[in-house]
Design a protein around this ligand. Structure first.
Ligand code: DAT
Length: 193
């Protein structure tokens, strides 16, 4: 039984996942009482635990070994008797067991010119920029998340706009509030322990 929720912050590359995670962790650690959320960057995990089987030049990214990756994710999530509090940063929810995750936050950048600039600034080739833009326009990540965690009405998949800096701030605060509500609902003393 978790004393803190596990959250995935997901969305197309460039929507602001890493920035939002950093902001959320900062807010949580400075809350009173502090909330011990922990970052789980899947990008870092893929590299540090060699969950890849080569490099795709066209996609300009590592070829992820999904089975190995999910084994490693499960190890981290189960660590410390699975007390929870993981904030997972990844561009997809594929492979994650539904039971591991309490909230899926899908960040959306509907202003395609803004997203284009962010992706181009990373030095992505045109084809890769286009592929990611298409994924964002069609809401691919949201659809995938809903298949696992249900519709937005069920409250476990939440789409948040991430176009400008104010959105990052607001989103981090909103997610933190959700975490606080979760703690209240899931613990007898409301303190998450
Ligand atoms: P992701 O982790 O989704 O790939 P990121 O957090 O690394 O995205 O952000 C990519 C770049 O875009 C980074 O320079 C910060 C900027 N950015 C992202 N979302 C933003 C937002 N809502 N407002 C302002 N800048 C943002």
């Amino acid at each position: 039984m978790r004393s803190l929720p596990n959250i995935i912050i997901t969305g197309t590359p460039g929507v602001g996942k890493t920035t939002t995670c950093t902001q959320l962790l900062g807010l949580a650690s400075s809350a009173t009482p502090a909330i011990n959320l922990k970052p789980l960057s899947i990008n870092d995990l893929v590299k540090s635990r060699s969950c890849h089987s080569g490099y795709d030049e066209d996609l300009q990214s590592l070829i992820v070994d999904d089975d190995k990756l999910m084994d490693e994710v499960e190890k981290d999530i189960a660590d410390g008797d699975g007390e929870g509090g993981w904030v997972i940063d990844w561009h997809s929810t594929a492979g994650f067991a539904v039971r591991w995750v309490d909230l899926v936050v899908v960040l959306r950048c509907e202003e395609t010119s803004v997203l284009y600039d962010r992706l181009a600034a990373r030095g992505y080739k045109d084809a890769k920029v286009q592929e990611n833009m298409d994924a964002e326009i069609f809401g691919v990540v949201t659809e995938e998340a809903k298949e696992g965690w249900g519709d937005e009405e069920e409250g476990r998949v939440v789409e948040l706009k991430s176009v400008n800096a104010d959105d990052i701030e607001e989103n981090a605060e909103r997610i933190l509030q959700w975490v606080k509500n979760w703690i209240k609902d899931h613990t007898t003393d409301g303190k998450g322990d």
